[in-house]
Structure formats: structure tokens, C-alpha cells
Design a protein around this ligand. Structure first.
Ligand SMILES: [Zn+2]
Length: 316
């Protein structure tokens, strides 16, 4: 993980020459960000230490409560929008009423991460200027930058007149279905706003900050290969064939050698095979049984595919 948070915090402070040209409130904001650096990092630590995998609904709700506790003291009216109907935790929608004269801002972030409670990647670690842990950058780092910026505005006296709405979704990494309900509140907030800022980290390549001008799609796939079960001594013979696991391995290996093209990726994320193989309801865990001397009857693989164009998706 890149030390995104620290890069973002550094971006909020400026070299001396630029600082000289700043207005008095802007200077106050920089001082506030500097002054609260440790508070901001401690908030990140607390958020990261609360697991909030998209499917860990109580965990996502707990992070929602922590963000409510940050936003209410800043004068936001905070609503929790439950999303049980799409089998997700819910979203935070927070509104700050200003004087109605400036631009209406929408700030976007998300409460969830891809790391569920049974992932080995848990907890916050700090190594000098690096923070390591699930969501340090994506997107708990984004949320703490948002809070740091709003607190700096409050310290500088510029928050009270600002019209700001915040939407923190609880299912950014694995959206609920149907998407029309899962994204209803975010789309509505987008229509109310003049400007939207998404607090996600940008990539850096060779030390240069990179912005995104297009975004790849994301889809998933599943393959179930079947074979004739039987005693292993007969494998490869005309009656038995290769079994399900060799067949699945052959298909996946052909993906790797035959399909690559520019801007296309496809990952195999989970695989299971044997005499029996089953996925759980969420399709993120597998259970399999088998013996070394039995030809496996079933093998299952799941993965994703990300493409830049529809054409690439079809040819893929
Ligand atoms: Zn994200």
C-alpha cells in the first residue's frame, strides 16, 4: 500500500513561496491541518482497526457511527440510510446548511473495504511516514482527509457559510443489487450539487501524480468444470478422462496465454475442486472434499474481468 494519507496531508500544506500568496483563512486552514496531524492519523488508525468489509454489515455500520461522531460536531445533519433491501449495511448522508450563496459541494467517500473479517490483512500499522492496513488509502484515508479539510475550514471560519453534502457509501467495493436502489441516494445528491469531489487516492507513476480520464468496467465470472469421478488409476484413460481439476486448470491457463490485450485484466480470485466443491452464499468462501486417489468430479473458479471498452469485453 502506498502512504496515500501522508501524501494527501502533505498536499494540504504548501511550500513557503506559495503560502505567501494565500489569503488569511487559507493560511489558517494550513495551520489547522498541521496542528491536527496526529489527531488525523489517530482517527485513521481507529477507522482501520474497525473491520468494514462490504459484507461485514455491523462493521460498516460501526464505521458509519464513527464518521457520524466526526461530522455532527462540525454542524452536519447526519442521516443513516439503511440498505437491507440490497443486502448491504447502508450509507451516511450528511448535510451542512450554509448561506445558500456559494457553490453546492458534494463530497464522496466510502465506509467499506474489500477486506472481510476472515482476510489475513487486518489492523493498522505505522512505519515512519507509511501507514499500512486495510483501507489506509482506499478509502479510510480519503475520509480522514475529508474530515481534516472540514475541520480546517471550521478553524478558519469558512465552514459556517458553506453548503456541503457528504455521501459515504457502505458498498463501494461490492455494490448492492439492484444498483438503482444501492446508488439512489448518491445519484440524488449528485443532482443537487454544483460540484462533486471524490476522496479517493490518485495513482502515482514514476513519482508523478496521475489523474484518471476513463474508467474500466468491472465484472465477475464463474467456471464450473465437471469430470467423471472414479479411481485415480484410470485417469487419462478413455473411460475416465482428465477429471474436473485438470480441465479447469487447462481453461484458466488458456485464459492467461490466449486472452491478454491492452487495458484488459482478468483475475482468478478463488478456486476449489475435488469430489465435492461448493461456494457459500456470498460466493467468497469455498469448501471442498477429495482424496488423492479419486478423480475429482467438480472444480469451480471465480474471478473478475476489467475492460476499457465494450468491444474488449465481448472479444474477451
Ligand atoms: Zn475506494
Amino acid at each position: 500500500m502506498k502512504p496515500l494519507l501522508f501524501a494527501l496531508l502533505a498536499a494540504l500544506s504548501l511550500p513557503a513561496a506559495a503560502e505567501a500568496r494565500l489569503s488569511a483563512p487559507e493560511k489558517k486552514m494550513i495551520q489547522a491541518v498541521e496542528r491536527e496531524r496526529e489527531r488525523t492519523i489517530t482517527l485513521l488508525e481507529r477507522l482501520v482497526n474497525q473491520n468494514s468489509g462490504s459484507l461485514n454489515l455491523p462493521g460498516v455500520e460501526a464505521v458509519g457511527r464513527m464518521m457520524r461522531a466526526e461530522l455532527e460536531p462540525l454542524g452536519f445533519e447526519v442521516r443513516w440510510v439503511p440498505m437491507a433491501e440490497v443486502k448491504r449495511a447502508g450509507h451516511i448522508v450528511a448535510t451542512h446548511k450554509g448561506n445558500g450563496r456559494g457553490k453546492r459541494m458534494l463530497l464522496i467517500g466510502h465506509l467499506d473495504t474489500v477486506f472481510e473479517p476472515d482476510s489475513p490483512f487486518q489492523g493498522f500499522k505505522r512505519e515512519g511516514d507509511r501507514a499500512i492496513g486495510p483501507g489506509v488509502g482506499d478509502d479510510k484515508g480519503g475520509m480522514v482527509v475529508m474530515v481534516a479539510a472540514l475541520r480546517a475550514m471550521q478553524a478558519a471560519g469558512t465552514l459556517k457559510d458553506a453548503d456541503i453534502e457528504i455521501v459515504l457509501t457502505g458498498d463501494e467495493e461490492d455494490a448492492g443489487d439492484p444498483i438503482e436502489i444501492a446508488r439512489r441516494d448518491l445519484v440524488a445528491a449528485g443532482k443537487r450539487a454544483d460540484v462533486a469531489l471524490d476522496f479517493e487516492g490518485l495513482a502515482d507513476e514514476n513519482g508523478r501524480d496521475m489523474g484518471s480520464i476513463s474508467r474500466r468496467s468491472s465484472g465477475s465470472w464463474e467456471i464450473r468444470a465437471t469430470g467423471k469421478g472414479g479411481h485415480s488409476s484410470g485417469i487419462f484413460g478413455p473411460g475416465a478422462g482428465n477429471g474436473a481439476i485438470y480441465e479447469l486448470a487447462r481453461i484458466i491457463s488458456a485464459f492467461r496465454t490466449e486472452l491478454p490485450e491492452q487495458n484488459l485484466t482478468f483475475n482468478v480470485g478463488l478456486i476449489a475442486g475435488g469430489s465435492t466443491a461448493n461456494l457459500d452464499e456470498a460466493k467468497i468462501r469455498a469448501a471442498a472434499t477429495g482424496k488423492t486417489n479419486i478423480i475429482p468430479g467438480i472444480a469451480i473458479a471465480r474471478g473478475d474481468i476489467r475492460t476499457l471498452s465494450r468491444a474488449s469485453r465481448r472479444s474477451g
